[in-house]
Design a binder for this molecule. Structure first.
Ligand code: ARG
Length: 288
């Protein structure tokens, strides 16, 4: 069959078409790090001998919260509990999709009490539909929601069986990704959704098979390098346009800018001493 002639001349040159990006108003749950400390080590970032400064962590966390409010998002707060120094990492408290909650069940005893604490807050604040998990999973630390799929990490914390449990309960396809680098022990330390159907990630955090899956699913992904990953640059939060991201991730910030995203740099260096960044501090409450 004859080739179809283009009716308009195509633009020559290497100028990438930047699609119009749209910010969607989000509802987040956060936990002020009043009891933040590094008293145990459950990931390679944590050094109890070096410790951390809770007052400084609170200041940085307040700036993160202000950044969300300035972008027009809603921020709900859960009361921090003494004896739970990692409770600031709200992302691990649950996975909330379509108004349904898949509860967390932590890998390490030190954080076990956070699961029920987040579950009771959610039940009392408009999310009565909650599944108590049978399998170990650390909420949005290892489950990242896009429009058509949920990406799920395994290898360090969340069990493969939890991926199936979440899929069955939420009725969304869950795609398993295998994490292989202990510095990037949660999926949200290696990858973040840019919008409903694209992501940014650091390939070195994933097994060869999972890297191939990511290439197939996201041919237009933003690929971050090890320097960006090492400052937890991939632990970012996008609303579809604005990307709240660790300021030290300068390479990633440049890429975001070039692709028409709007980087919003924050300093969470004190929380990084526990292995966390902006996304770790943020649980999205999705009613759709
Ligand atoms: N110290 C915490 C842990 O190892 C940090 C959790 C960070 N949260 C996250 N969503 N990646 O469990």
């Amino acid at each position: 069959s004859p080739a179809i002639e283009p009716t308009a001349p195509t633009t020559a040159g290497a100028v990438r078409q930047i699609p119009a990006r749209e910010a969607l108003r989000r509802r987040y749950l956060m936990c002020r790090p009043e009891h933040f400390a590094v008293t145990y080590a459950i990931n390679p970032w944590m050094d109890p001998a070096a410790g951390a400064d809770a007052a400084r962590a609170v200041e940085q966390w307040e700036a993160l919260r202000s950044a969300y409010l300035a972008l027009g998002h809603e921020v709900e707060l859960i009361d921090p509990l003494p004896g739970l120094p990692d409770m600031v990492f709200a992302a691990n408290g649950a996975l909330v999709v379509g108004g349904r909650v898949y509860g967390a069940r932590f890998t390490h005893a030190e954080r076990a009490a956070e699961g029920p604490a987040y579950a009771s807050w959610l039940r009392a604040n408009g999310f009565p539909e909650l599944l108590e998990p049978t399998h170990t999973n650390e909420g949005e630390g290892d489950f990242l929601t896009l429009d058509h799929v949920i990406l799920a990490g395994t290898g360090f914390r969340t069990d493969l069986a939890a991926h199936q449990e979440a899929q069955e309960y939420l009725g969304r396809p869950v795609v398993t990704l295998r994490l292989v680098d202990p510095r990037f022990y949660h999926l949200d330390t290696a990858l973040f959704p840019l919008d409903g159907d694209n992501v940014a990630y650091y390939p070195g955090a994933f097994s060869p098979g999972s890297r191939a899956v990511l290439e197939r699913l996201f041919p237009d992904a933003i690929i971050a390098d090890e320097q960006d990953a090492e400052v937890l640059g991939l632990n970012a939060v996008s609303d579809g346009l604005n990307v709240v991201v660790n300021a030290e991730a300068t390479g990633l910030i440049k890429l975001l800018d070039e692709r028409g995203h709007r980087p919003v740099p924050v300093d969470l260096s004190e929380l990084r001493k526990a292995g966390g960044g902006p996304k770790c501090c943020t649980l999205e409450l999705r009613t759709a």
